[in-house]
Design a protein around this ligand. Sequence first.
Ligand code: G4P
Length: 544
Amino acid sequence: MSTVGTHASAPARPGQGVTAEAARRRTFAVISHPDAGKSTLTEALVLHARVIAEAGAIHGKAGRRSTVSDWMEMEKARGISITSTALQFPYTAEDGTDCVINLLDTPGHADFSEDTYRVLTAVDAAVMLIDAAKGLEPQTLKLFQVCRHRRIPIITVINKWDRPGREPLELLDEIESRIGLRPTPLTWPVGIAGDFKGVLDRRTGAFVRFTRTAGGATIAPEEHLPPAAAERSEPAYWSAAVEESELLSADGADHDQDAFLDGRTTPVLFAAAVLNFGVNQLLDVLVHLAPSPGARPDIDGRPRPVDAPFSAFVFKVQAGMDAAHRDRLAYARVCSGSFRRGDILTHAATGKPFTTKYAQSVFGQQRTTLDIAWPGDVIGLVNATALRVGDSLYRDAAVIYPPIPHFAPEHFAVARAVDAGKHKQFRRGITQLEQEGVIQVLRSDKRGDQAPVLAAVGPMQFEVAAHRMAAEFSSPLQLEHLNYTLVRRTHPTDVAFLDQQRSVEVLTRTDGTLLALFSDQWRLAAIEREHPHLHLDELVAAAN
Ligand code: G4P
């Protein structure tokens, strides 16, 4: 058992302890486009939770003192644990509310892959982080679609307000018109983008004045001023902020908890993560408005309460890239009950026991060991060769959670065995990688079984597949990248017609879904326009 340590105290009584521990948990992810400030915000959150004394510890940002090794030391000393998948820290709000925050990572940049989407099946809320100068960007939109599909409540943070950016009302309009989520700002900026003085707290009417600290390395002091004092402090900006806030109220853009939890509205905060401005407000929203883990529906739609016996589902499987160590780490989100290291669980897919007691030694020196976990927590299971993405684990009362859906691929490549004589190994490897969720596999009669099309959300999935085919299955791959970027689910009646179109190809995924691949959105739009009767369904996260 590895990683993602928790620091919860032992429960008073089993049932009561689980309910209370679940109620303390806030499990969320940040969805953003690369460079919007996710790492900076993560660091600022941890700084505010007073787990670290100075920002810069996680990423060793230029000009800041701490280093990554300091971070590892602090990790041990302060009871905080970080992995590439989940960061957990305790946080006590000003009113004394005591929480455990689980921040799950959604890798961006080059390592963006289907795993990034799968992480969103394991969270209870998401923070949509937007760069004030750029607005909604492509990766944010893709991740948002997955959140919408799951109806995850979304908190919006408009970041980099210390720099010149777009008008706040324009940004809100963009959110509402492009993604149909109604923004309900909780704070409103005082000062224009580039001259950020603080925020108007729209619920109390107070001015929260921020003060810069050197390099943004420490928590920015905050003062709460009543309106009259705010007017004296910021004569140029205060009345404009109040006026705009009143306009928002007149337009009905005030926070509504039910609409937020239902995924219809999004509370909005303005921030400058690099200066630690607005970070307290985000923690406050996480503690007081974001949902704690609740009953999760099983495959038949029956909710399993958090105080039921232990259950979890695997949302990510990471196979060692090192051929010498065929370790496999499965990350599971706890849905109900408590988990103790050494517990023997049942693997729902096979009905076989799954032991967790040897796991510690493998990752022991690298990570704090997990002793106990509660609903909302992530557990890393080592040597999990039998576990696949979407698998359920339980103790005592059996449960199967719904499978994690396939996500819409955007990269496609024909795979062939370099050594044609190794077709058996090739088939076995491709099937295995597909079952593990490393890659999707599409086929057609035209292309034949020796040349399936691998489909991925991010190109790194091809690298992983190629590496593992060579290292584990002794069947190096030859990949021929195809010129398609878009996919739609289609119908058997449309296959013949679509296959005749230029820059279109229909393939069948192993689960039987018919997928039409298109070179680009213009080609797709033209075909949809000219042939509106065709079945071309978007499959964000829907396919299974
Ligand atoms: P990411 O994880 O989302 O990719 O973004 P990251 O936090 O690495 O931030 C990307 C860049 O944006 C960094 O600058 C970071 O300092 C800057 N940034 C983040 N938040 C803010 C903010 O609130 N205001 C301003 N002005 N900048 C912000 P960089 O030049 O790439 O790196 P660095 O030299 O600052 O470390």
